[in-house]
Design a protein around this ligand. Structure first.
Ligand code: SAH
Ligand code: SF4
Ligand code: F3S
Length: 452
């Protein structure tokens, strides 16, 4: 086989990403590393010299998607024998060499801790005709893991502040696919935020599985937030995900003093029943959860709170499910992400008693989602006629005449206005409410567009 780097100058990568923000960030990093060796992204797999599927295995359905996606690309190799196909992300970590067996046309299996080694592996495949499995997990962050050229194009970016998870919630595969929790150094994170700000980014979302247990270089999470908020030209700072057991008073009060911190917190409850929370190993009772939510709502009435719920966890009775319904009805979350429980390999819950039949799980999910749709719409209606601050992200996807952005509490707002407000904060009055977005009218722009 020819050496890819000699074949022609420009090469194309087709990259498909499934799963959470960590995977999106890993995909951006892969593109960054590949940019250094002249790869350009394409949205046409038939033109690609390299195809990577960045996978998620949080639920069985997500995992199955990988196999159907891979099958689609198998034929392309007949036409383009130099084509390299790789699988990265959590399914790669979970399955390792078994993936090569299952898909004989696959060249690279790349676990989440090994992304920065991709360039080297491409050479091994093209020059030495090797098939590579790289799924070691490390307890520390290696030199160079985050030294990539950003491929940032928009005004928003994710910044990974830590990786892995130590919580071992009984249903969850993440501790097995992402390894133990490690925090990046504050200076390293701030440097990345500065680089992003220079390339036009206005909003950063700090990401980790449990950001409240951040501890890098002597600073805890609120300290890191303060450092990041000090970066000039960054208008907004978000973070995700907060574990309810670790969210501190200091963090809750920080919103009072840090105007760049967005008025939104994602606080996954998972269930409204103490019995189920115990079996899930979540480390909090529903009373403790409610107390934290009440505190936030009491201090900041304009705050958005969102959550994750799993229905049909093993042993979940009708009464347990009712408790979850009571929780969502009383808290009135702005939005929830809800899932049917899915047994995952290696996890404790997979071998527990009391698995709930699929029909019941799916019926509970339907009931929950219907209720929440109603709550979300009512919460949105409360915004009608109010003035909100929107960070403009560009032309609206739906209507070419409107521009679009998000409120501090993370709602999408479309409104008529000039595209060159992109990257600016604007004051908008809400005139219409739809299930998934709001429409408004521009009152006045706040800032200067310093993108150009
Ligand atoms: N670290 C985050 C969650 C990451 S996974 C936290 O602790 O909140 C995102 C969501 O997927 C979880 O909050 C949970 O609701 C859901 N999830 C995880 N494992 C699941 C499983 N086995 N079945 C169904 N949903 C699951
Ligand atoms: Fe999974 Fe729990 Fe870790 Fe979240 S905190 S990633 S749900 S083990
Ligand atoms: Fe999926 Fe892995 Fe994220 S399992 S949700 S891609 S950490």
């Amino acid at each position: 086989m020819e050496n890819l780097s000699e074949r022609h100058e420009e090469k194309f990568i087709f990259l498909e990403t499934f799963g959470c923000q960590m995977n999106e960030n890993d995909s951006d990093r892969m593109l960054g590393f590949l940019k250094d060796i002249k790869y350009t992204r394409t949205d046409r797999p038939e033109n690609a010299d390299l195809i990577i599927i960045n996978t998620c295995s949080i639920r069985d359905k997500a995992e199955q998607k990988v196999y159907s996606t891979l099958g689609r690309f198998r034929e392309l190799k007949k036409e383009r024998p130099w084509l390299i196909i790789g699988v990265s992300g959590c399914v790669a970590q979970q399955e390792g060499a078994a993936l090569l067996k299952r898909a004989p046309y696959l060249d690279i299996v790349l676990g989440p801790h090994n992304i920065h080694k991709l360039k080297g592996y491409l050479n091994e495949v093209s020059l030495e005709r090797k098939r590579v499995v790289s799924t070691e997990l490390y307890d520390s962050i290696e030199f160079g893991e985050y030294s990539y050229t950003p491929v940032q194009t928009g005004i928003k970016a994710f910044v990974s502040i830590m990786r892995g998870c130590n919580n071992f919630c009984s249903y969850c595969i993440v501790p097995y696919t992402r390894g133990r929790e490690v925090s990046r150094q504050v200076s390293d994170i701030v440097e990345e935020v500065v680089r992003l700000a220079r390339s036009g980014v206005k909003e950063v979302t700090l990401i980790g599985q449990n950001v409240n247990s951040y501890g890098g270089g002597g600073l805890e999470f609120p300290g890191l937030l303060r450092e990041v908020a000090r970066v000039a030209c960054i208008e907004r700072v978000r973070f995700i995900t907060s574990h309810p057991k670790d969210i501190s008073e200091e963090l809750i009060y920080l919103f009072k003093y840090e105007p760049k911190l967005c008025r939104h917190i994602h606080l996954p409850a998972q269930s409204g029943s103490d019995e189920i929370l115990k079996r899930m190993r979540r480390g909090y009772s529903i009373e403790e959860y409610r107390a934290k939510v009440e505190k936030i709502k009491g201090l900041y009435p304009d705050f958005a709170i969102t959550t994750d719920i799993i229905v049909g966890f093993p042993g979940e009775s009708d009464l347990d499910f009712e408790r979850t319904m009571e929780l969502i009805e009383s808290v009135r979350f702005d939005n929830i992400f809800s899932f049917m429980y899915s047994p995952r390999p290696k996890t404790k819950a997979a071998v527990m008693d009391g698995h709930v039949p699929l029909e019941i799980r799916s019926e509970r999910l339907r009931i929950l989602q219907e209720k929440q749709r109603d709550i979300t719409l009512k919460r949105s209606l409360e915004l009608a006629g109010k003035k909100v601050e929107v960070l403009v992200e560009g032309r609206s996807k739906g209507s070419g005449l409107e521009i679009s952005g998000r409120t501090s509490c993370n709602r999408i707002v479309n409104f008529p206005g000039p595209e060159d407000l992109t990257g600016c904060l604007a004051e908008v009055v809400i005139t219409d409410v739809f299930p998934n977005s709001l429409r408004g009218e521009l009152v006045k722009p706040f800032g200067r567009n310093n993108l150009n």
